[in-house]
Design a binder for this molecule. Structure first.
Ligand code: NAD
Length: 307
């Protein structure tokens, strides 16, 4: 059986070595397609493989159609908006992600960006984050770690996530749950975004929410660019010169943001959230183990699509 590792942005070598090791022990073969630049290369590479590991690579209906033997695709990471679930489901190809494997890396980046903004991007005297309010928008794997780190740094932490099943987690973590998105933004001097990009959340963070933040309000986005209404946020930042935006997921209008808002805007040069050796290894190895688990034992623990 063949496992394709298709990564425009490759894993660290230690991660691909680990993936190969897991595959070999299970009697499977790994095919690497790294730093590919054309769709055609991907279409050719998927033609005869049984399984596939991707990072942010797009698994489109065209890719699915070209993958005649594909049984499982695993997104090494949390967000899976790059997988076209309807076409995978139609072909009864299992789609999985590797939740939690890169959460710590992303949470550390969010805190780092928050401090960098508080310190005026190291361009002058800044402020401290201790004693400030921090809002966690979506209390999943990453959000929770950011919340706990914020608490450890002396922040007062609020969270909004209506889908958390076990509500006792908020009390256990010393985090105050609020009842609406609006209330969260009104309370938060720092707001850390961790919602997935869904039909409901896309374009949902814009003018009104930004305008409702306290003085100096800073939004930190390590989630997805699509959740931001870019024009609306820009309008709020133009009207209120105290608002700041730091993002790991570049806006479409990144040049405009950089030019207009100067030090009130921060964009990482590339999506850096999961770019640590540890996250690479964790997510890559988890993906390989999940493929072996499914192909050998039918384990569907992290399956995203149902059929
Ligand atoms: P997760 O699945 O563990 O948590 C997502 C949380 O969002 C869940 O608790 C869910 O209940 C909540 N949620 C869903 N819809 C919501 C809504 N409308 N309002 C409020 N809460 C809602 O995911 P995670 O691992 O914490 O990752 C969060 C996001 O960060 C992912 O969607 C992914 O896109 C992004 N991410 C980015 C990077 C990066 O490199 N910057 C890396 C990993 C993940």
């Amino acid at each position: 059986m063949k496992i394709l590792v298709a990564t425009e942005k490759p894993f660290a070598k230690v991660a691909t070595d680990g993936i190969k090791d897991i595959a070999t022990k299970a009697g499977m073969e790994v095919v690497l397609l790294e730093k590919y630049t054309t769709k055609e290369e991907l279409l050719a590479a998927v033609a005869d493989v049984d399984a596939m590991i991707v990072r942010s690579d797009k698994v489109t209906p065209e890719v699915v159609a070209a993958a005649k033997n594909l049984k499982i695709v695993v997104r090494a990471g949390a967000g899976y908006d790059n997988l076209d679930l309807p076409s995978l489901t139609e072909r009864k190809i299992v789609a999985m992600n590797t939740p939690g494997q890169n959460s710590n890396a992303v949470a550390e980046l969010a805190i780092g960006m928050m401090i960098f903004m508080a310190r005026a991007q190291f361009g002058g005297a800044g402020t401290e984050i201790a004693g400030k309010t921090l809002g966690i928008h979506a209390y999943g794997n990453v959000g929770r770690l950011v919340g706990l780190a914020g608490k450890a740094l002396g922040m007062k932490v609020y969270a909004f996530d209506p889908f958390v099943a076990d509500k006792s987690i908020f009390e256990k973590d010393g985090v105050t749950e609020v009842g609406s998105v609006k209330e969260l933004y009104e309370k938060s001097q720092y707001l850390s975004l961790h919602i997935p990009a869904t039909a409901e959340t896309k374009g949902s963070i814009g003018y009104e929410l930004a305008m409702s933040m306290p003085k100096g309000g800073t939004i930190v986005n390590t989630a997805r660019k699509e959740v931001i209404d870019e024009a609306g946020l820009a309008k709020a930042m133009t009207e209120r010169e105290d608002l700041k935006y730091a993002t790991d997921v570049a806006p479409d209008a990144k040049e405009e943001y950089a030019e207009k808002f100067s030090k009130r805007y921060l964009g990482t040069p590339k999506k850096m959230g999961a770019e640590t050796a540890e996250a690479n290894i964790n997510a890559g190895l988890a993906a390989a183990n999940q493929i072996v688990g499914y192909l050998k034992e039918g384990n569907t623990k992290f399956q995203l699509n149902k059929f």
